[in-house]
Design a protein around this ligand. Structure first.
Ligand SMILES: CC(C)(COP(=O)(O)OP(=O)(O)OC[C@H]1O[C@@H](n2cnc3c(N)ncnc32)[C@H](O)[C@@H]1OP(=O)(O)O)[C@@H](O)C(=O)NCCC(=O)NCCS
Length: 414
């Protein structure tokens, strides 16, 4: 048997993924990851696609997920979860499959995982105020799939498989929030081997070689505003730091003002990465092209750890009292690319979801203008800025960005 490993650097990456999807019945197979995740995120977290072939036929497809990074006298060793799907009509021996991987990548280790095999779930529980946060049992894991469907209005092929919450898959983060015994929200994420370059000494200080990429956070509409998102994220940070993981990353639409308030104002994540048109999908929350910030959350830093799980409020700066902070735009016109202040403000729509639903032309104008501003201003290069906060001026919403420089890295990284 022969195995070939591929990642997004392969010239026919999307075609190979589509080939895997057709073989494994994408759309009708609830154990397959959504295409947009495989296309964009799998490689980003250090994962790979594996094709297993025998006698000229593909007998199975594997998805390698980062699981562990161990350091010993021999060096650094990567352990992957080998999420294996046999091709229809084939029965594969896990030992033979694992041995083929081992031969092809002798420096790594593999843990075979069958998403349709016998799996176990272990429920954990921690009551914080009225919200119970913990790992889901099997029913709750299944419920989180229904919440994804409800929150994003997505068809089934966009939903994540519920077995990712199993003990055997060992996702980097697997949490649900319960209110009166019912699942009200969920958060999951995956381990990552490295990621985007970090400033200053953050890689050494916060163990940048092994991170958690937080994938999806959702709270049912009836339960919003109860600080459930905040509690899920704080618990994620606490568990990650306890495991020795100092960096949690995720992506967010920069134009969703409530998420910006949560991410920057309350959780104290920062962003120095911007990707225009990152994801190929459209849904109720993404009617125009899906541009994203990459967020970095230093879960071991003082600034993050000092914010209490209960009782903290988002820091939202009132810009009417800070006229000295220059604004890069006024609504969706009038962009300025010549700002040179220590802190700048970039305006975002007050209600991006409603704007996309009711005025697609204006939504597109906002997206295009802010794409240009973020591409110009946001980054680690000299003269660029890092998003660290949010502001308001009456009805208007803003992102606040500080000059990317040593002084800032020292303050944020302390
Ligand atoms: C974004 C989302 C997860 C927030 O969940 P939530 O449990 O209601 O959020 P919390 O109660 O923990 O709010 C925490 C902070 O987020 C911000 N926030 C949340 N909802 C907000 C809203 N509707 N308007 C303004 N700010 C809001 C606030 O800053 C709030 O803190 P504050 O009250 O001190 O200002 C939820 O609205 C949701 O599921 N949205 C759709 C899916 C999504 O966008 N997921 C996140 C990206 S993957």
């Amino acid at each position: 048997m022969n195995v070939t490993f591929l990642d997004a650097s392969h010239p026919h990456w999307s075609r190979k993924l589509e080939q895997a999807g057709v073989l494994l019945g994408a759309g009708a197979n609830p154990t397959l990851f959504p295409y947009h995740f495989l296309y964009v995120t799998l490689s980003k977290i250090g994962g790979k696609l594996a094709f297993f072939e025998a006698n000229g036929a593909t007998i199975g497809v594997g998805f390698l997920f980062p699981r562990r990074l161990s350091t010993s006298a021999e060096g650094v060793r990567r352990t992957y979860t080998l999420r294996f799907h046999a091709a229809p009509g084939h029965v594969c021996d896990p030992q033979i499959i694992t041995a083929a991987c081992q031969r092809a990548m002798p420096e790594a280790a593999f843990v075979f995982y069958d998403p349709q095999g016998a799996l176990s779930y272990y429920r954990t529980s921690k009551l914080i105020g009225v919200v119970d946060i913990g790992r889901p049992d099997a029913d709750e894991a299944a419920a989180s799939r229904a919440i994804q469907r409800l929150v994003w209005g997505s068809p089934d092929e966009f939903l994540y498989p519920s077995d990712i919450h199993s003990a055997e898959f060992a996702a980097g983060t697997s949490l649900v929030a319960r209110v009166d015994g019912k699942v009200a929200g969920f958060l999951f994420g995956f381990y990552a081997f490295g990621g985007a370059p970090l400033p200053a000494d953050w890689t050494e200080r916060y163990n940048g070689g092994f991170r958690i990429e937080s994938q999806t956070l959702g709270v049912l509409p009836d339960y919003r505003g109860l600080r459930i998102a905040n509690l899920l994220k704080k618990r994620q940070a606490e568990l990650a730091w306890r495991e020795g993981i100092g960096i949690v990353t995720w992506t967010a639409d920069p134009l969703q003002a409530p998420n910006a308030a949560l991410n920057f104002g309350l959780l104290k994540a920062v962003s120095f990465e911007f990707a225009p048109d990152l994801y190929p999908f459209r849904n109720e929350l993404n009617r125009v092209h899906a541009s994203r910030f990459g967020l970095t959350w230093l879960v071991g830093s003082k600034r993050v750890r000092e914010a209490p799980a209960l009782g903290a409020r988002a820091d939202i700066l009132d810009l009417t009292r800070r006229p000295q902070i220059p604004r890069a735009n006024d609504g969706c016109d009038d962009a300025r690319f010549d700002l040179d202040a220590d802190v700048i403000a970039i305006e975002t729509p007050a209600d991006w979801t409603a704007l996309q639903a009711h005025d697609p032309a204006q939504a597109q104008a906002w997206r295009s203008l802010t794409d240009a501003l973020f591409q110009h201003y946001i980054g680690l290069a000299p003269g660029q800025y890092t998003v660290t906060g949010v502001g308001v001026a009456e009805e208007k919403r803003f992102l606040l960005a500080e000059r990317s420089e040593d002084r800032l890295w020292q303050r944020l990284g302390a």
